[in-house]
Design a protein around this ligand. Structure first.
Ligand code: ADP
Ligand code: ASP
Ligand code: MG
Length: 438
């Protein structure tokens, strides 16, 4: 059994939904299909919530109307009339009725989560109706009945495994299973989600708990490219990546994969394949425990980075200094991405600056603090085991004309990271591609 996840663009229009239906109904296996919301939907739902939080009901209503018009047009194209049309209309109508019900009172956090869940609920209802019309025995596995997180925010794997297995056992006749990505319940049983882009995570969690043969992430590009195709021309797909390499790339900005998605697959040793819905024959990228050695595979960039330097005259021979610095970040529940140390100071980077002012205030007890905002981490990923000579030199040569704020290598065998100003990001990505891949 495989888990196949289709992202927003893959189900972004009536034509694409039909195409996904063709792809998933071909295999004879009883696969599990995870669907995202149609592209743009979750963004619209976020916008509706923002309007409602601000008390701008007409703003919310306008966005709801525009979104509903898009869904009505999609349904008209998919199901011109008949029983299927009524079934799809009813399901989508329920979601829009719920959205409108939130326009009558101030929005709460739990209301917002319910709103954000509607995109995936509508996609799966539409796909189920379409497959049923084609005569395929389709079982819907409601994510809200099995996908659950713990108080820590981590998935409750035992709960998910037992509930999902039970739901599957209830459907012995089904040819195919459909479920919602992204949405879940939290430890209080309230509707919640796995964060933006979280449908990949859903697929990986399902693959792990069911010990699937493979997890396939179907998207709008033929696999993980060796640089960010949104900024660099002539990028190429990487055929094979080690789980660790994929994790570094996803965490450091390769949008094709949600950063949390790699771990469950890696722990259960389930291969992840990245495939292109628009070009299903393309080989894509295989992520597993074996990948070519001794090569640089890809480059990614993570935006919104802040670098914080703490300089202390007393760091020399002073044990406990780094402990106090790290403790400060821990107290403010802010995770650190990168670190560079010297005898007189340390620089750390963070991507969540919501507690920045308080962190800086506390750090002033230990030294002089300087902050650089609008930075990016550029991450060069591959099998970079330290006995291999020359990788670092080529990376730094590529960046010869760009001011580099920080460098990190040796934390793992898989990455060299550098911090540059946001305004130099595209130049740095292009220079690295030219040096490393041409
Ligand atoms: P989906 O909606 O299917 O989840 P995403 O938009 O989340 O798709 O991810 C696919 C997009 O990721 C691609 O269209 C591409 O622009 C972007 N992307 C960023 N970095 C990379 C990379 N290194 N390789 C491939 N795609 C990348
Ligand atoms: N629909 C959600 C989002 O846009 C989840 C996903 O697509 O993975 O973030
Ligand atoms: Mg995605």
């Amino acid at each position: 059994m495989k888990v196949l996840k289709f992202g927003g663009t893959s189900v972004g229009s009536a034509k694409r939904i039909e195409h996904v239906a063709d792809l998933i109904s071909a295999p004879l296996e009883r696969n599990i299909v995870v669907l995202s919301a149609m592209s743009g939907t979750t963004n619209s739902l976020v916008e509706i919530s923002e309007y409602l939080y601000k008390g701008n009901v007409p703003g919310a209503q306008e966005t709801i109307n525009a979104l509903q018009a898009k869904y009505t047009a999609t349904l008209s194209e998919l199901f011109p009339d008949g029983e299927s049309r009524s079934a799809a209309d009813a399901a989508v109508g329920r979601s829009f009725a719920l959205l409108r019900s939130y326009c009558t009172s101030p929005l709460t956090a739990s209301g917002e989560k319910e709103i954000l869940a509607q995109g995936e609920l509508m996609s799966t209802a539409i796909m189920q109706t379409l497959l049923t019309r084609r005569g395929i025995r389709t079982a819907l596995l409601p994510a809200l009945d099995y996908m659950r997180t713990l108080a820590s925010g981590e998935p409750d794997m035992d709960y998910i495994s037992s509930h999902l297995r039970r739901l599957i056992e209830l459907e012995p006749e089904a040819d195919i299973f459909i479920t919602q990505g992204y949405i879940c319940r939290n430890d209080h049983g309230g509707v919640d989600n796995l964060k933006r882009g979280g449908s990949d995570y859903t697929a990986s969690i399902i693959g792990a708990v069911l010990d699937a043969d493979e997890i396939q992430i179907w998207t709008d590009i033929d696999g993980m490219h060796n640089n960010d195709p949104r900024y660099v021309e002539g990028t190429r797909p990487v055929r094979r990546l080690h789980f660790e390499e994929a994790a570094e790339l996803a965490y450091f900005g390769a949008k094709i994969l949600h950063p949390s998605c790699v771990l469950p697959a890696k722990l259960h040793n389930i291969p992840v394949r990245l495939l292109n819905t628009m070009e299903p024959e393309a080989p894509g990228t295989l992520i597993c425990n074996a990948a070519p050695d001794g090569t640089i595979k890809a480059i990614a960039a993570k935006d919104g980075i802040t670098a914080i330097k703490i300089k202390s005259g007393r760091m020399l021979l002073a044990y406990g200094f780094l402990h106090k610095v790290f403790e400060t970040f821990e107290n403010h529940r802010t995770s650190i991405d990168m670190i560079a140390t010297s005898e007189v100071g340390v620089t750390l980077t963070i991507d969540n600056d919501s507690r920045l002012a308080a962190i800086v205030d506390d750090l002033k007890h230990f030294g002089t603090v300087t902050v650089d905002t609008d930075m990016v981490i550029i991450c060069i990923v591959g099998d970079l085991e330290w006995h291999n000579c020359g990788f670092e030199t080529r990376v730094l040569e590529a960046l010869a004309d760009i001011p580099v704020r920080m460098i990190s290598f040796g934390g793992s065998n898989y990455n060299i990271s550098v911090v540059v100003q946001a305004c130099d990001k595209v130049k740095a990505l292009r220079a690295l591609s030219a040096k490393l891949f041409q």
